[in-house]
Write a protein that binds this ligand. Structure first.
Ligand code: FE
Length: 193
């Protein structure tokens, strides 16, 4: 059992107060949060990945200075001041965790999903990443080197997933919907068509 952060308690108290006064509808609020978790947030990251897959120069800039290259596409702000982008290849697989709390690159991925904040994910991903990834449905060959990236208040990681086979004919815009949040955290691969 982890202690709930003061900010979470304050937020809950505020939500309750606003609901009681009839100023907000908690259902609408839940929907907005869900949108940020799974659609709006990760869509920004997907645009970054699709650009990197189709523009080698952009890819270079992105891997050299993630924050600046991401800003080029118009994504910046809170919790995205220092984003480092790491590339997954057939030989190396990066996966992101925040062992301390739930640091996450908001401008490109939105709000973290609940499993990312789960104490078990945070503790086990560091100790036995191969096993945790397999449980999440990603079986990696023993020959693949796994690098666990621990997010902090200084550095937020974004994974540049491998472009799947069979997508050579797709345009940047057509690639965007293939890129999932989970692939950009490194707990999944982008699936071929
Ligand atoms: Fe954190």
């Amino acid at each position: 059992m982890t202690e709930r952060p003061a900010a979470a308690l304050r937020t809950e108290a505020l939500e309750q107060l606003l609901t009681e006064r009839g100023l907000i509808d908690p259902k609408t609020l839940d929907r907005i949060i869900a949108d940020y978790e799974s659609d709006i947030g990760p869509l920004n990251g997907a645009k970054v990945v699709a650009r990197a897959w189709t523009d080698p120069q952009y890819r270079r800039r992105l891997l050299l200075d993630g924050t600046t290259a991401i800003k080029e596409l118009g994504f910046s702000g809170s919790q995205g001041e220092h984003i480092v982008v790491v590339e997954n290849t057939p030989a190396v697989h990066n996966v992101v965790v925040c062992t301390l709390c739930s640091c996450y690159p908001w401008p490109v991925l939105g709000l973290p999903p609940s499993w990312y904040k789960d104490p078990a994910y945070r503790a086990r991903m560091v100790r036995e990443p191969r096993a945790v990834l397999a449980e999440m449905g990603l079986e990696l060959a023993d020959t693949v080197r796994i690098i666990v990236r621990d997010s902090t208040s200084e550095v937020r990681w974004l994974v540049l997933p491998e472009r799947p086979a069979g997508t050579d004919h797709l345009s940047e815009q057509q690639l965007v919907p293939l890129v999932t949040r989970d692939a950009m955290v490194g707990v999944a691969k982008v699936q071929p068509l």
